[in-house]
Design a protein around this ligand. Sequence first.
Ligand code: PEP
Ligand code: MG
Length: 540
Amino acid sequence: MIILTGKSVFGGVEIGRIAFYKRNERQVKRWHVSDTKAEVKRFEDAKTAAVNQLRELYEKAVKDVGEENAMIFEMHQMMLEDADYLESIIHIITGQQVNAEYAVSTTADNFAQMFSAMEDAYMQGRAADVKDISECVLNILSGKGQTGIDTEEPVIVAADDLVPSETVQLDKRMVLGFATMYGSANSHTAILARTMNIPALVGLGNFLRPEYDGHLAIIDGLDGKIYIDPDDDTLEKMRKKQADDRAKRTLLLELKGKENLTRSGQSIQLYANIGNSSDVGLVLQNDAGGIGLFRSEFLYLENDTFPTEEQQFAVYKRVAENMAGKKVIIRTLDIGADKQVDYFHLDKEENPALGYRAIRICLTRPEIFKIQLRALFRASAFGQIAVMFPMITSVGEVKQIKQILEEVKAELREAKVPYREDMEIGIMIETPAAVMVSRELAKEVDFFSVGTNDLTQYTLAIDRQNPKLDAFYDAHHPAVLAMIQMAADSAHAEGKWIGICGELGADLSLTETFLKMGIDELSVSPSMILPLRKRVREIE
Ligand code: PEP
Ligand code: MG
């Protein structure tokens, strides 16, 4: 038995096999072929197999996510049959007498470059598609499987680290827990694990070896340990621990339907954070009062190209309807930094966390921003949607946003499309600048939501993604708490409400402090709603 210790991101105990996350990092080599006819045939067979794979994917996706969302796989099939694409590949094989892999990869690069250079945002999006379909053919040519995890039973997913675009693609029903060599406790993989309510350990280092793939293991998020090839004694002990933990969680269920009131009667709203419309089930199961943060960028991360207004509208409407009149606060696109989306073609930056991200992208690419805003306003007619904007640093930005909102509303009025005129508009307080001008900002909006993950990063000048700095990343730092207090005072002085949607909101050792500060709402992972309610009800 091997025991490894890491940083626990979320509690719970799970037992299952380890599956290492697979990535196809290949270097395509160029070599001479004399029988070009046979090489063209090899390519054509691979292309036919890829089309068949895509057809199967389409059929599966229609069942899982509906026809509209499955269309992408149909479009990919068509792209693989595109005459120009095929002609280019065959021309390279025969003209240069080279291997199919080289011809496919070169064509993919050329076409991607051509699409990226086009003016139209939709056509730019095709660059990622042509790369994707070519990847599929290259996988078949090289005999390599798909990326991700390939399993028929739920597994403990192991990896060096996972980026958000990888975690969103995972079939969540097959994930018992996460174990990663690197990664910080504040990363989005960590946030996903908390949302999914499954154990996760990060920072296991290279003691977590790929050869453990397929081995039985126990992941213990309560103690931050993973037991590989456990002996019978350990298995028995951990099964008991798992049962005790589950019993504790069941006990918490008794708090469902109860109010979030302290002993002296102070109340606080407890809302949930989600990244996906399928998380709404967890929100309702855990009896959250609403959704305090819907990270809408996950919709973009899940897609190979810009999600259309219709796709977004369908998702926001579904969430609003399923929440049946409870508040749903949707945060507009917050990409950049660790959340990279290929089809945005963002440049590599020296300091991505201080770079071109979130509202800065939206304000400089209003055509993308407006599509999301139209979808949000349209969905507002179907429930209690509120919208909030990330990474605000100035009143000027808020005024610019409000101007764009007015333009979108005017367009909808003109087209006689219904929307809620009184939809609440809020901003995230996650930069020290926003805190310092919070009194002025509060005059412009209906509410604040403090993003403590970024507010801590920017206040302490500590990269939240850097695992080496976890020991310095002190979200309890008096400077961070003073920032929250200042934002709360500003909001209240202007008669507005304030919530916390960063991970600190779920820190039970601070619940009393937040109540004293007068925080009106805490938005946390669905699994933390009932433990928080328990804590609130214990406080004088
Ligand atoms: C935050 O910064 O606290 C926040 C809630 O946003 P994200 O973690 O998505 O950056
Ligand atoms: Mg943030």
